[in-house]
Design a protein around this ligand. Sequence first.
Ligand code: LEU
Length: 501
Amino acid sequence: APQKRGGFSSRKVFIFAAIGSAVGLGNIWRFPYVAYENGGGAFLIPYLVALFCAGIPFLYLDYAMGHRHGGSSPLTWARMRRWTESLGWWHVMICVVIAAYYAAIIAWAAKYTIFSVDKAWGDDAEGFFFGDFLHADTSGLSFDFVPGILVPMVLIWIVVIAIMAAGVEKGIGLTSVIGIPVLVIAFGALVVQALFLDGASVGLEAFFTPNWEALTHAGVWAAAFGQIFFSLSVGFGIMITYSSYMDRDTDMTGSGTVVGLANSSFELLAGIGVFAALGFMAQANGVTVDEVASGGIGLAFIVFPTIISQAPGGAVIGVLFFGSLVLAGVTSLVSILEVIISAVRDKMELGRVAATMVVTVPIAVVSVLFFATASGVAVLDIADYFINQFGILFAALVAVVVLAWVLRKLPLLQRHLDARGSVKLRGWWPLLVGTVVPVALGYIFVESLKDTLDETYGGYETWMVGIFGWGVAGGAIVLAVLLALMPWRKGTSLEVPADRD
Ligand code: LEU
């Protein structure tokens, strides 16, 4: 029965939880550096194209699947056609990988919230981040624990496990209903403060000036699509799972539109805030915005500390910024874990608390083992790139091809959404999802594959990329196929719930 799986008590809670999932480290930590590495201002155009042509349509797709079939991702797929169940487990495995590294970044942010108060990095934020803080060793694999990361990681895991054990409504729902308004206020205050810094306009100019040449690179488009899917939390089971927790009459397209626009607004706001701050820093140091925005994955942890040291009221900026990261991160991490927990619950005879423990404790251990150690930042960089390009985007491609061309389910799903949705999708949606999305994703996938095969990612050791890149992305697929072979618990029906159509 549906009550046994848990669920959200109202559409409001669902929307908060979905926004809580979407707005995360991707918006604040990942977006600025991905944008920066892919042409800066030039990134906005592919980003917006990806949002409207693929991201939001795909969000409706996830909603339709989860809502109509009322199950976790594997159960939803199994209810569409038995043999597609492994696609759901692929989502689950992608979430396992993301959860493991996502917690590490939240832990960094928690630590930096405290560091902000007395500006622990002195005047060398970059040296401090990679050296004193991370003890980064990018030359290979190292299991030397870094206590400064280990402790906050363990604490984050304890908090998140407690939320998950409390359940869908009382854990996830409540955390988001409280956390998201606080986040919006804190982050809004931060952006306003950033806009008043000297030199902010220089940074904004850099952000909003298109670099047309960058649009000719397939890699820029791949990055934009990857960012959109990651940021909206679509294509890897999260929104399927959340929408399975809603009543049959819920307006899913209206909800999806709110969630999609809220997420992108937040992301652009973060872009504006970060680039305004970069402008300040460039001006204060007499260099160009290009020169300050180095650091890639560490952008947020290098640039912001420098600003905190130099700007008036820096400590406040720091606490707001890193505090926002922690809050945004936690409300997203719970959604990643819920994909796994709900799948395990649907498949096996386990209660909420037992399933939470069986899922989260091993992931927490792996997470600490790989990311609270000196090679953590290298493994994280590799895993994040590969699980995006060859996990999320690839899984999304396979999903649309199967749904649109093999099972031919799009018209059915469209009718399901339109029967109760305030935003009517009509014919344009199956068209976009059935043609434009697979063509775009297919092209990007091939190009991205060529690029990645051409050159070892990020200049790391080949074997490191082999294990944590190709190995992790490929291993997720192999394990997914194996998990789909396991039997369902006796009480789980593989029929579409009768009340859902
Ligand atoms: N959408 C989230 C973010 O932007 C990530 C996802 C994996 C939950 O950070």
